[in-house]
Design a protein around this ligand. Structure first.
Ligand SMILES: NC(=O)c1ccc[n+]([C@@H]2O[C@H](COP(=O)([O-])OP(=O)(O)OC[C@H]3O[C@@H](n4cnc5c(N)ncnc54)[C@H](O)[C@@H]3O)[C@@H](O)[C@H]2O)c1
Length: 245
């Protein structure tokens, strides 16, 4: 098993892609911590996964990061794999988006990565072949209408991943970013589902949206020593979407 005895923290692991990552890490022998801001959902998800603990966390709140890192330190003394996955989206045009909405996205998608990296460094230094995977998006590679805040936050995720990779290579901690395209999760399916999927799929060369497991495969590769020479890079899994927009 690829992740036997590994200690893994996945933010936003209660549903969607984070949940898929948690299931896969656990299947491969890891001890998994998932966080999220929805307690009932988190407890339910964790109860169905072996060796999985849910901890309520708002990733944009510093004291919540101090709390989860302290818990992992007390229980394991190290962190091997950190997946900064939690994220939210609000799409509004400039002039319509309020400062409050803009800052909510920036805090949850971007400030959270700064907090996560800052507070986990000492535990990651004690990790074995430690690896950090920060979830960006195709929105972190190219701009689109109505996405001023989401796009800014996801560009920043890639930038922070590169800085951390440069600073932490000396500690044998690798840091990479992953850019999903359109993936079938509650985040994507929150609007007019069938119509939205049809419209999006038409624009993708592979003519379909992705499954969470197709992103999980990328995350597990980056978390494992199979990617031992990869750091500071961005890995795209989008069915070719980025080529057409
Ligand atoms: N689904 C897509 O098409 C898509 C595409 C590109 C990138 N992404 C990115 O992938 C990541 C996962 O997305 P998903 O589609 O699985 O989303 P999702 O909505 O299905 O799940 C989001 C998770 O984040 C958690 N979360 C939300 N706000 C939080 C907060 N303030 N503190 C802690 N946890 C919080 C939720 O509890 C949940 O577990 C996100 O960063 C998202 O931006 C998604």
């Amino acid at each position: 098993m690829r992740f036997e005895n590994k200690v893994v923290l996945i933010t936003g692991g209660t549903r969607g892609m984070g949940k898929s990552h948690a299931e896969a890490f656990a299947k491969e022998g890891a001890t998994v911590y998932i966080t999220g801001n929805t307690e009932e959902e988190g407890k339910k998800t964790a109860s169905k996964i072996q060796n999985c603990t849910f901890v309520k966390q708002d990733v944009s709140v510093e004291k919540d990061w101090i709390n989860i890192i302290k818990k992992i330190e007390q229980e394991h003394g190290r962190l091997d794999i950190l997946v900064n996955n939690a994220g939210i989206v609000i799409s509004k045009l400039l002039g319509e988006m309020t400062l409050e909405e803009y800052m909510r996205i920036i805090n949850v998608n971007q400030v959270s990565i700064f907090l996560g990296l800052s507070h986990s460094l000492e535990l990651l230094k004690k990790g074995i072949n430690a690896s950090v995977i920060n979830i960006s998006s195709v929105a972190g590679l190219r701009t689109s209408l109505g996405d001023v805040s989401y796009t800014s936050s996801k560009f920043a995720v890639r930038a922070m991943s590169e800085v951390a990779a440069r600073e932490w290579a000396q500690f044998n901690i690798r840091v990479n970013a992953v850019c999903p395209g359109a993936i079938q999760t509650p985040m994507l399916m929150q609007s007019n589902v069938e119509e939205a999927v049809k419209i999006i799929s038409e624009k993708i060369p592979m003519k379909r949206i992705g499954a969470p497991s197709e992103l999980t495969n990328v995350v597990l590769f980056l978390a494992s020593t199979e990617s031992s020479y990869c750091t500071g890079s961005t890995f795209v899994a989008d069915g070719g979407m980025i080529l057409t927009q």
